[in-house]
Ligand binder design. Structure first.
Ligand SMILES: [Zn+2]
Length: 139
């Protein structure tokens, strides 16, 4: 009788996931503790420095700080796209959790077929927030 040894799963994805989680928790803690509006050690947006225009992520750090402190309106003012995407990701995460709980299969958390749409939405947002008529979208 030949015994088949059990397959050993690669731990590379686990290490990568744990590393990303540790980085997110570390960055989140720094943003939570130090207000980006009053502490100036945060990196500045190079696109904004060069052009004077707002990119899709301008205001993201301030929006994160505002959300972490329960200031939803301030977060929307700083970066409405980020707040909206967080909401979409939360709904997606809840849906996947529900599917897992029911024992049903589900796709990837963020299917690659939607990345093009995400990029297009970010580009449209970048254009809109630089229009004088839509200045309320600027941080
Ligand atoms: Zn920017």
């Amino acid at each position: 009788m030949n015994k088949v040894p059990p397959k050993i799963r690669s731990s590379k994805s686990s290490v990568l996931g744990l590393t990303l989680a540790a980085i997110l928790i570390g960055v989140g803690t720094v943003i939570f503790l130090f207000n980006p509006a009053t502490h100036h050690f945060y990196p500045v947006c190079q696109f904004h420095q060069l052009t004077g225009l707002n990119c899709p992520s301008c205001g993201l750090t301030r929006a994160t700080y505002a959300l972490a402190h329960g200031q939803f309106k301030a977060a929307l003012k700083d970066n409405a796209l980020f707040v909206g995407l967080l909401g979409v990701l939360a709904v997606r995460g809840a849906w996947i959790g529900w599917q897992r709980w029911k024992g049903r299969s589900h796709g990837a958390f963020l299917p690659t077929k939607y990345l093009g749409w995400l990029l297009a939405i970010a580009m449209v947002f970048a254009v809109l927030r630089n229009l004088p008529a839509l200045a309320f979208l600027a941080p």
